[in-house]
Design a protein around this ligand. Structure first.
Ligand code: ADP
Ligand code: MG
Length: 265
């Protein structure tokens, strides 16, 4: 067998200054149709999130934040444009690859925890691993490790219905991370919590972002959360704009609304 020349397998490397884009979207469109009417929710949204970034997406209710996160998670398909993960367009993945992407690459935290109330915390956290085919004992052991990470070891065996709102959201964070995803997507994770519990969830997500070397995108109305992210984007009129001053939201906060509307942020 002939030896391959080394030069033939040497790929050009990106300049060190260019951070690797882990997840992003280009020309992203989402149109909901019902009967004769249609609602354009995303209209050419551009997004490029580098590995390790923690990005907040803000915007009024109904702006399309949940829609955006669902598309990034591969839970829904765009009407136009493309979502990219590790340079691969999700649209090019087969059904099986797409399921694999959802199961392995992303963790999702919903505003409402979406836990199974009748099951224990550990059963809920273990569920994604069980669905991925891991034997019960291994899955529950990993789930217990994650519950310890979120400070709920003592509640592990308790039915979720018996936990407080703050505790449930911590279980939801544990479940989102139990398979060690590269990307954490959180949809208003503090939206239903009081201030103290919201602050605890913000701090928890901050700590786990570092500990798990995550890339995090969080939709939020919580200024305390947004302010502590590495970048804040505003979703408006179906597109994403960089926010330079989180607290100066009333003066607009969005940069180059008309000029830079098509730029990738
Ligand atoms: P946000 O999360 O920013 O509040 P959403 O992404 O939930 O916004 O919704 C954006 C818009 O799209 C809203 O007007 C909502 O009613 C509409 N919408 C969301 N999901 C659907 C759906 N499955 N079918 C029809 N319309 C939808
Ligand atoms: Mg929403």
């Amino acid at each position: 067998m002939a030896e391959q020349p080394v030069a033939a397998v040497t790929a050009p490397t990106a300049p060190a200054a260019v951070a690797e884009v882990l997840i992003g979207a280009t020309g992203l469109r989402k149109v909901y149709r019902s009967g004769d009417s249609e609602r354009v929710v995303l209209d050419g949204a551009e997004l490029a999130v580098a590995r390790g970034e923690r990005v907040a997406v803000v915007g009024p209710s109904g702006a399309g934040k949940s829609t955006l996160l669902h598309l990034l998670a591969g839970l829904d398909t765009p009407s136009g444009g493309e979502v990219y993960f590790a340079s691969r367009p999700l649209g090019a993945l087969s059904e099986a690859e797409r399921a694999e992407f959802r199961r392995r690459a992303v963790g999702f935290v919903w505003q409402r925890h979406h836990l199974l109330a009748g099951f224990t915390a550990v059963e809920n956290v273990a569920l994604p691993l069980r669905l991925a085919g891991l034997p019960a004992r291994q899955a529950e052991q990993r789930a217990e490790e994650l519950l310890a990470e979120v400070g709920l070891s003592e509640r592990a065996g308790q039915p979720v219905a018996e936990l407080s709102g703050g505790e449930r959201q911590r279980v939801a964070v544990a479940r989102a991370l139990v398979h060690h995803p590269a990307v954490l997507l959180a949809d208003e994770p503090t939206g239903e919590l009081d201030e103290a519990n919201a602050e605890a969830i913000v701090r928890l997500m901050e700590r786990l972002h570092e500990a798990f070397r995550l890339t995090t995108i969080v939709a939020t109305h919580n200024l305390a959360l947004a302010r502590r992210c590495s970048r804040v984007l505003r979703l408006e009129h179906g597109r994403l704009f960089p926010v330079v001053d989180v607290d100066g939201g009333r003066s607009g906060g969005a940069v180059g609304r008309s000029e830079q509307g098509g730029s990738r942020v």
